[in-house]
Write a protein that binds this ligand. Structure first.
Ligand SMILES: Cc1ncc(COP(=O)(O)O)c(C=O)c1O
Length: 231
């Protein structure tokens, strides 16, 4: 049993897994989405399986949770035009569903290609100014969604990549506690030292199944040719 389930059991809590980026990942052979009472997957276009627009999926072992999720997605209706609780319109339309179903048949191959690219980055990027991501082993088979490196002088690094023709992104430029929407948390980050430390350094390198080996090589060369400012 994963640790969070033990905690939940002791305290009579429900576990909802956020599987937005982990479709296809496993822990001790069991897939992400199978540990909690329910799990949510994202089909946002850039996710490992993406729709044309927004979309997602809830899975649940408990039929009561599944039935409630189905109700809420459709105005809270138990039967057509009989709303028994407040709900919303959150249906996945047929076109998105068709694209996602097509993606589901290909996800293993796409994840394998993402893994191949990530492994090549890990083996070939050799630059002391660039810290590579690490993976927890321990029976876990993750899937790569982003390949996030850490660099002290991030702006210079991004500019360098750009000059070399390599795009990059920042996931994410500001932590939740700094968003004005969450000012009510009264959090200054002192309880989140790791978040504070990494937020100014993270940079995501290109990682998607369609990248060619040649393009992966260009990314590696661009990262390896970056030099930090000499202080
Ligand atoms: C870990 C995680 N959870 C949830 C979400 C939100 O997904 P959606 O935009 O489909 O609601 C994201 C989106 O980036 C995510 O990365």
């Amino acid at each position: 049993m994963v640790r969070i389930n033990e905690i939940a059991l002791r305290r009579d809590l429900i576990v909802v897994e956020d599987c937005a980026q982990s479709i296809g990942a496993t822990v001790a052979g069991s897939p992400a989405g199978s540990f909690g009472h329910a799990a949510a997957f994202s089909f946002y276009p850039t996710k490992n399986v993406g729709a044309f627009g927004d979309g997602g999926m809830i899975v649940a072992k408990d039929p009561a949770i599944a039935a409630r999720a189905r109700r809420i997605r459709m105005y809270g209706e138990e039967k057509r035009y009989e709303a028994v609780e407040e709900g919303m319109n959150s249906r996945l339309d047929e076109l998105q569903a068709a694209l996602v179903a097509w993606g589901m048949e290909r996800i293993d191959a796409w994840n394998a290609r993402r893994n191949e690219i990530a492994m090549r980055y890990k083996e070939s990027i050799k630059n002391s100014a660039v810290t590579l991501p690490t993976q927890v082993q321990d029976g876990r088979e993750g899937v790569w969604h982003l390949f996030v490196v850490r660099v002290a002088e991030r702006t210079r690094f991004i500019e360098h990549l750009k000059k070399e023709g390599v795009g990059s992104s920042i996931h994410y430029p500001a932590p939740v506690f700094e968003q004005s929407a969450y000012s009510f948390l009264n959090e200054d980050g002192s309880t989140l030292p790791i978040t504070k430390e990494v937020v100014s350094k993270v940079v995501s390198l290109p990682l998607f199944p369609e990248l060619t080996d040649k393009e992966v090589g260009l990314v590696v060369d661009a990262v390896n040719s970056y030099s930090q400012t000499v202080e």
